[in-house]
Design a protein around this ligand. Sequence first.
Ligand SMILES: [Zn+2]
Ligand SMILES: [Zn+2]
Ligand SMILES: [Zn+2]
Ligand SMILES: [Zn+2]
Length: 312
Amino acid sequence: MRKHFAFPALLLAVLLLAACGKHEHEWEDATCTEPETCAVCGETRGEALGHRWKGGGCEEPEICARCGESGGEAPGHNWQPATCTEPETCARCGETRGEALGHDAPPADYWTAGVCSRCGEEIAPLLTPDFVSYGLDAQLVELGKSYGLKTLCYENEAYSTVGKASFTAHETTPGDGDKLEIRDGYVWHIVRAEIVFDDDNAYNYGMIPGVCFESYYDIRELDDSSVYDEQTGVTRFTVTWHGVAYDCRFFRESSYLGWSDHSNTFVCTFYVQLPDGYDGFVVGFRNHGVPWPEGAYTFELDNSDTLYYRLK
Ligand SMILES: [Zn+2]
Ligand SMILES: [Zn+2]
Ligand SMILES: [Zn+2]
Ligand SMILES: [Zn+2]
């Protein structure tokens, strides 16, 4: 009877234990999305590991290094527009597309540096005026002052004389509709000058001053564009100013006052029609004894005796 009773009791205990969860849990490893879980009872402990996202980029989604799951849509590039110096560039990954735009700057001239219209950077510095490049600005003189002008004697080229030269007056006028044609956007400059010759060489052998005109900025442009009209005595030439080419006129009137008291004065009036506001025309007296070969520019010559007056 006792033995008979014992067996069902043990069985009952085991069954009761099982019902109460009293078993050895069989934990299965946690995954990205599930914590450790008992294979027998489904109980969990701890937390899911969470995905370990790796890689990805603008064009590929992230991938979980543990489970291989894909992290949704690729975001696509986030382009910033191209600039003068940088191509279109993804702000996220730095990838580029196409090429930089390059600067958009007009060429520099003597008055305006080449500045990029897009980014404002100065790409090309101001050009240097020829008178500065060639050192001719050292020969510039001031209005109303007297300067020694050495030049050749007319009747005997073995001699030279030194006159007293001055640019005495400088005025501007729109013109007179007669000798000085009136043209829109232009003004006439009238410059008066004189050279007093009163040394013995001038008195004994005569004198011949050289008269010249130049461009302060671009000597070649003025020389190369000059056309002298023998009928009228007018020289037409071009100056380019702020990108615009101007058709300019020049003529001069000169004479000697005649010998009086061992002295003779060469008087010269320069007339030049220039764009209104232009400051780059230069008139001058030079030593006629310094040869000026056909086609040579003044900066190729010795101008140490030359006196230049700049109309500005
Ligand atoms: Zn369990
Ligand atoms: Zn994962
Ligand atoms: Zn990108
Ligand atoms: Zn630029």
